[in-house]
Write a protein that binds this ligand. Structure first.
Ligand code: MLT
Length: 246
């Protein structure tokens, strides 16, 4: 039997320290909405995305490179002076093709940035690229003899259902006979086995989905729950500070 890959699902980005110690390939999942937004930006032709933790860092990068597009959210909304918010639907080809983006969001870009400390490739996973993200993470883990940690980012350090579901979707698309799953990974996979019925129902019932609908962003929830719309997998290489496509 060949090498088996250990696959973990972490249930909030605060578990990143364990992921860093294991030096796993990381798949960052903040499906509502940062990871969906980043995947859609690349699908529409963006060339680089720099994830940064603060609004101040984003502005500093903009001052150094006025051509870069300032993107992100606080409280779900576009910060003052930013060109794009965190709605994946804003990232049209007219707006992002050929461009570099700097992005800061409440949790997602923070997790992406912290994952760099693994000194391993960091991937962005969402429902819209789940199969491609699973395939790429599995290949990289085989090449580098490492495990895979799918980090369900959650909200402000806590668990969130939609990220856990999306992490299960990705874990469940890795070849079963080549993987050993953590208990959390098995739980996440079992919740997503019925991708047509229970998955969209649970996804929609999550508190984050309800809050986005309450502030008029229901279209983002619908878009984010599309499964395997794209094959692009944004990747941040070891030592790099931006995502790109390979
Ligand atoms: C985040 O990174 O915290 C999120 O993507 C929040 C959001 O915009 O819905």
């Amino acid at each position: 039997m060949g090498l088996r890959i250990k696959v973990y699902v972490e249930t909030a980005w605060k578990a990143m320290n364990q992921v860093i110690q294991r030096r796993d390939i990381v798949v960052v999942v903040d499906v509502l909405r940062a990871s969906t937004t980043v995947v859609n930006a690349f699908a529409n032709g963006a060339v680089r995305v720099y994830p940064v933790e603060t609004i101040r860092e984003a502005w500093a990068m903009k001052r150094e490179n006025p051509e870069i597009i300032l993107c992100g959210e606080r409280g779900g909304l576009r910060p003052r002076g930013f060109e794009l918010g965190n709605s994946p639907l804003e990232y049209t080809s007219e707006r992002v093709r050929g461009r570099w983006l700097v992005m800061t969001t409440t949790d997602g870009t923070r997790a992406m940035n912290r994952a760099r400390a693994t000194q391993r490739p960091v991937l962005v996973g969402a429902c819209i690229n789940s199969a491609a993200a699973a395939r790429r993470a599995f290949e990289l883990a085989g090449d580098l003899s490492s495990g895979v940690s799918i980090v369900a980012v959650g909200r402000k350090g806590d668990f969130s259902l939609e990220d856990f579901l999306c992490a299960g979707l990705i874990a469940g698309k890795m070849p079963e006979d080549g993987c050993d799953y953590s208990d959390a990974a098995l739980a996440a996979i079992s919740l997503t086995e019925d991708a047509d019925e229970s998955f969209p129902t649970l996804f929609n019932k999550s508190s984050h989905a309800s809050e986005l609908k309450d502030i008029g962003l229901g279209r983002d929830v619908v878009f984010a729950s599309n499964i395997d719309k794209f094959r692009v997998v944004p990747m941040l290489e070891r030592g790099a500070s931006h995502f790109k496509l390979e």
